[in-house]
Design a protein around this ligand. Structure first.
Ligand code: ACO
Length: 430
């Protein structure tokens, strides 16, 4: 191995593998020529060691618990920026100056309404359909309302228009889903309000009375959205990139990301955490019983909100959220017994060798659900809120992938099925 190359030896054959170094001194072996030169592929189920792309959007060091977007720490962004500033940063690569932010904000406010025909799609969902299924369909349906988005080689202006539209309509769609859940009439966007306040107004406001945004609630929401805004090549972002790599339109690519996020091992964990805590409470609050269940390899139960593919020390977002959770509950004067169980569970797990040995710590979803609950959101909406926050990250990943003209994503496999065999006619089959 030299500074810039590693040598791979297969039998007598040697192949020089270039070493790629990232701007934070991370190293990768570039095996893109491996199959062409040797006939071998690499096998890495679940992509635990595979870099799928180079990217300039987000830096994450799971051992040190570092998360930065475009070089800015998540701690700074969560405490000093607005969600729209972070959105601009992710998508455009720089913090906006005041004029740029004003234009961005204005353009978004001009696109907040959705076509009223979208309400027809809503009416066809059975009562009780999961909000994430609705969100996925509604976002995908935007491609029908805006056929210009189907252009497979959009100009930068057209691309920006589609991105702006989706950013603007996402809070409206999420609020519509909330209203549908309760059977309440829709509250239309009020473009005199900022992004977060408008969303809260459409969600918690009533057509029959004015809604005053509580600054504590707006602040908490702003912070939660920022904390979810991007997380490099996670399951949903990778899905968005993979789908987009076939030149599928932005709306469909994001709908695919929403589908990936829904799973309980990814964004769906926030709903599962609260359901788990409620189950522990209903069961009498015996935290140790559930710790034991999580450790039992014959039991499928896992501690939801614990563990992370990349963070092996702490999740910096979980630290910020935990602090914010205490503040929000105190400011809103809420005492939630679920929070007590969460704290007891966290302490018990952190002191248990099973979790310590496997480096399992609370992740972002462990505390976010408690804040969402305190803000008044029903459990089934939690992953929708995650999707709302993650939207700019998905779009930044999609834009980067398309702008750089990356090839279609198409992994290889190792076939383990039957070798070639003769077809057996029906009458001869046993
Ligand atoms: N509870 C109990 N045991 C766990 C947990 C958990 N939450 N998470 C991991 N483990 C154990 C596994 O059983 C395994 O043990 P073993 O080595 O004895 O077989 C070991 O820890 C490693 O776990 P893997 O599943 O191999 O780790 P992986 O990186 O594939 O999975 C994941 C990461 C999916 C996040 C996992 O920790 C998990 O299922 N957590 C609960 C769900 C969750 O909170 N998801 C949200 C993640 S954050 C996000 O996506 C926004």
């Amino acid at each position: 191995m030299s500074e810039n190359n590693a040598i791979l030896k297969i039998g007598e054959e040697e192949l020089s593998i270039p070493i790629i170094t990232g701007s934070e001194n991370e190293h990768a072996l570039d095996i893109s020529k491996l199959r062409g030169s040797t006939g071998y592929v690499t096998l890495d189920v679940g992509f635990k060691n595979t870099g799928s792309t180079k990217s300039a959007i987000t830096y994450l060091d799971g051992e040190q618990g570092i998360l930065r977007h475009r070089g800015y720490s998540i701690e700074d962004l969560a405490s000093k920026a607005s969600y729209l500033e972070v959105t601009y940063l992710l998508i455009n690569g720089k913090l906006p100056n005041q004029a740029e932010l004003d234009t961005f904000d204005h353009d978004i406010r001009m696109h907040t309404l959705v076509n009223t025909d979208m309400e027809n799609i809503f009416h066809s969902f059975p009562t009780g359909s999961h909000p994430m299924g609705q969100l996925m369909c509604l976002v995908s349906s935007l491609s029908a309302f805006y056929p210009g988005s189907l252009n497979t080689h959009p100009t930068p202006e057209r691309q920006l228009k589609t991105i702006t539209r989706l950013l603007a309509k996402m809070p409206t769609i999420c609020a519509m889903i909330y209203k549908k859940k309760w059977g309440h009439p829709l509250v239309y966007p009020n473009n005199s309000l900022d992004y977060v306040s408008n969303f809260l107004n459409m969600t918690f406001g009533q057509v029959t009375m004015n809604y005053e945004t509580d600054p504590v609630v707006a602040d908490a929401m702003n912070k939660l959205l920022i904390l979810h805004a991007d997380h490099e090549q996670n399951c949903s972002a990778s899905t968005v990139r993979l789908v987009g790599s076939s030149h599928a339109n932005l709306y469909s690519s994001i709908a695919a990301g929403i589908a990936a996020l829904w799973g309980p091992l990814h964004g769906g964990a926030n709903q599962q955490v609260i359901e788990m805590l409620e189950k522990i409470k209903a069961d009498g609050g015996n935290v140790q019983k559930f710790i034991d269940k999580a450790k039992d390899k014959n039991d499928t139960f896992r501690l939801m909100g614990f563990g992370h593919r990349v963070y092996k020390n702490f999740d910096p977002r979980a630290r910020i959220i935990k602090k914010s959770c205490d503040e929000v509950l105190a400011k809103l004067g809420i005492h939630d017994p679920i929070l007590d169980i969460a704290k007891e569970l966290e302490e018990a797990a952190l002191n248990d060798p099973y979790f310590a040995e496997r480096k399992l710590y609370p992740n972002v979803d462990f505390y976010s659900g408690i804040i969402y609950r305190a803000l008044g959101f029903p459990t089934e909406m939690f992953t929708v809120l995650f999707a709302l926050g993650r939207l700019p990250g998905w779009m930044a990943q999609w834009k980067e992938m398309r702008t750089e003209g990356q090839p279609i994503g198409r992994p290889r496999q190792i076939y383990t099925g039957e070798p070639a065999r003769d077809f057996i006619p029906m009458k001869m089959r046993s």
